[in-house]
Design a protein around this ligand. Structure first.
Ligand SMILES: [Fe+2]
Length: 251
């Protein structure tokens, strides 16, 4: 307990003086560049999200627009332009937060072409590459894709593994992914019921296995903030503290 918290508790006995917020300082999964995907649609929404994240103790956001051939064929130039605009907003508003970009890649043919060209948006010294897979059925060749990502010099990070229904009763596939060097990024709101009870249960399973390498908000809009705030008073904070999170290596 810090000295400040000690005095707060003394002045307000019975009240929980711990402020709501994150013990990690980097968020690495979100959709906060307006108009590029299904995330925020206006600069005002971006500012609302960033302001709250800063108040919760986040110092750096690596935002990750979707990239997929069918839905969001975003190119690096457009993403960099979106980043520049948001950086200007942050400067104008003097928000105590910095922002960078990467992407959330769908594993499709578009992804493979980009991987071959070397035009990938990754983050951190280990060139972490955030990717997601389809929702309907388990990918046939995920192990092969993980290998290809690695041989191109990136560290694969599977976004929200707890959300894929086909892995809810197939823990062995998740374990295999970890064995071949694929890291896992857990969604913050998976623990607060945002995606239903099965996802929540799977999220807690991943924590209990100590299989969580990154915690990420995956926030899309200001409407997510209320669901996110529920995490701070939950018992899952303790489980999260027990993980070897890599978020802080990105500061
Ligand atoms: Fe996402």
């Amino acid at each position: 307990m810090t000295t400040k918290n000690f005095w707060q508790r003394l002045i307000h006995p019975g009240e929980d003086a711990e402020p709501d917020g994150c013990f990690w300082q980097v968020d690495l999964h979100s959709h906060l560049l307006p108009g590029l995907d299904d995330g925020v649609s206006t600069p005002e929404e971006t500012l609302t999200c960033l302001t709250q994240l800063a108040q919760w103790g986040i110092k750096k956001v690596i935002t990750t627009p979707h990239i997929s051939r069918d839905w969001y064929p975003n190119e690096t130039l457009a993403i960099q332009q979106g980043l520049a605009a948001v950086r200007q907003l942050i400067a104008e508003q003097q928000l105590p937060i910095t922002i960078d970009v990467a992407a959330e890649y769908m594993l499709d043919d578009f992804f493979l072409d980009m991987l071959k060209q070397g035009d990938m948006l990754s983050f951190g010294e280990r060139r972490f590459l955030l990717f997601e897979t389809g929702w309907s059925s388990a990918p046939m060749n995920l192990g092969d894709m993980v290998f290809r990502i690695q041989t191109h010099g990136y560290t694969p990070v599977l976004a929200h593994p707890e959300r894929y229904k086909y892995y809810h009763s197939d823990k062995a596939s998740l374990e295999h992914l970890r064995e071949i060097g694929c890291l896992f990024q857990l969604n913050w709101m998976s623990l607060t019921g945002r995606y239903g009870s099965h996802v929540e249960k799977q999220a807690r399973f991943l924590l209990q296995q100590h299989w969580v390498d990154f915690i990420g908000s995956d926030m899309h809009r200001p409407g997510d903030l209320e669901m996110m705030a529920r995490l701070f008073k939950s018992g899952d904070m303790k489980l999260l503290e027990e993980q070897t999170l890599l978020n802080e290596t990105l500061l």
